[in-house]
Write a protein that binds this ligand. Sequence first.
Ligand SMILES: [Zn+2]
Ligand SMILES: [Zn+2]
Length: 313
Amino acid sequence: MKRIFSAGSILILLVIADAAIAQQAVPAVPGRVEAIYGPFAPIVRAVADTLKQLLLVALFAAPLQALWPAIRRPVKFRSYEFWLDLVYWFQGIWLALFSFYALVDVAVGAMYGTGIWFPWLRELPFWAQVLASIWAFDFLVYWRHRWEHEFAVLWSFHAVHHTAEQVDFLTTTRLHPFEVALGMLFNAMVIKLGLHPGPSTLGFAIYLYYNYFIHTNLRLRYPGVLKFIFVSPFMHHWHHAKDEVAMGKNLGVIFAWNDWLFGTAYHPARWPAEFGLAVPPSQRVSQSYLRHLVYPLQYFISRARAWRAARAA
Ligand SMILES: [Zn+2]
Ligand SMILES: [Zn+2]
């Protein structure tokens, strides 16, 4: 229980710190960053945001990992995985450089058009909109994540997230750019629902920090009814486990009830021992950022070869 309270209070502090920094970061003169940096302003913003995020998350996750590690292992700094995770952490910078986010915004506009679905939602009190947005982000991520595990096209790029063999808070951002884009397409629905951008942004920050939290290498599982309500680091670590039995299980980020309700919960007595992908050698993923980027291609080539070989046999 002590661990749950410590982790919970640290998480709340983190969200408050994030909101406070966001308030400070808004330039006194609108468009000041743009005026100083001109066309490079989006990149400057991306670098600043990434560094801020890394610092904040490291400040809360590192002590938890040091105090109560779920898996004891040598310091990650020395491993290749650490540097690979850092490359992913900064991925947003070069994605911004290639106008990736602007392109996704164009796709969002083309898909959903203008206008909102339930205008009355904006009349709700601020706190109710925050709660509604947290619920909506979480519900959308459950189904997106589930389809990423069920459909080969989506799995071919979600597999990259599962290549991590040393799961910790840095693993959270190990995402193929296609998955980032898909996430943005889904998340845009929360604004389309009619929720105001203010409470939705706060709801998203809470969702995001909770996502870092469940990846943290922290020995924490929830007792009693709590385990039916919230996803614990224990549950998400099982999601990353190499064991066949846990594949496609524990897909939620904040609320565990979707997993319990839709039959994807896995909550055994022991902790997982090994993390990563359990795939045939032809589908093995090399631990390199560039190889990860082209992995969807490798995946389908290997599947086509297997299919041809089966037909020829
Ligand atoms: Zn997954
Ligand atoms: Zn994960």
